[in-house]
Design a protein around this ligand. Sequence first.
Ligand SMILES: [Zn+2]
Length: 395
Amino acid sequence: MSKEGNKLQILSVLVLLVLVVGLGCQSGGGIPSKTSFEPGASLELESNPYSIDLLSAVIQPDFPNSLTFGLECKGESEITDIELHYEPLKRSSAVVCIWPDFERAREVQTSWTLDTRKISLPPGAQIRYRWVVENVDGEVLRTEWGRFTFNDSRYDWQEISSDKIRLLWYQGNREFAEGLLSASEAALDRLSKDVGAQLEKEATIYIYASSTELRNALVFPQEWTGGVAFTNYGTIAIGISPSNLSWGKRALAHELTHLVVHQMTFGPFSDLPTWLDEGLAVYAEGDLGESFRNALESAVSEQDLHSVESLSSSFPADPQEALLAYAESYSIVKFLIEEYGSDKVLRLLQVFKEGSSPDGALKKVYEFGTDGLEMRWRTSLGLESGVTAIAGFGT
Ligand SMILES: [Zn+2]
């Protein structure tokens, strides 16, 4: 592990200078001039037909807390307006326009800091950005879009990859990483074979050496966080020590399934019930772990199961109750796959993508709703279907 500290990371930007007469947010003509800029450099363009020069554009990252965008520019006339446009490259993102503070002058410097704690950027997230500068004469300089990768450069990452997975790690040998990569592929195979679900886009996996180091890389992590799937970015961050490989393989299969399921069901009206999302993730891990099995068995024998309806929303915070919620979700998903086949589970995911309530989606695919599922699943466990299962999660 090598720590580089918070050194200034320099971004050399290829800048296309375009002179536009008109509004700042419109693109226009002009003669492009490509130049590479160094931060702080006093740049003189050899034959500069424009009246605004971009002297430097830098980004200073402080992973995982912030990103500071800096700009220096100079003009023949007073600079009156500076805009920064940025956009995290993820599914369904939008360009954000910022007007950083600066003193109106012919030569100006400004910077603006993005608090990345508020938008929870995963390691390796890419951001595109550009500057738009306007002078008192209405002339506008617009840079090309630059790209920046928000890397966790506190560690020396190594990388291996397969068709659909890029895996980065910094502790443990290559065999360790290969073991995790093949467990990820096995989980994808299982999902493909049993559910017909496929990863639509390459997944990137960051393996931290422990859950403590993972938590230090995340902002506002939950106490119990062992792994996180940033489904909009196609990224997983997870803490796995080389001495804890078998747990790690299961945890990775779990998070990877969340990526697959969210990619497949992404849509403005998708309302995936938690039991389906978590149930598929536990299913992809392989056989149910012992503690889950015990929790499920004792809840069945005591007839103290959470209802399917209650498992459609957030799981309980209490660890024992949460354990049972995961085990039940696994059991419901397994029941649906074994009783009605993988085609229907795949169809169910597609119906959620099109937009449906849990009850409506079940009725469309299985011709029974949440109550009907509850009854049939309970019967499969040897319970009387007529008994209403109510185990609340508290408030
Ligand atoms: Zn999960």
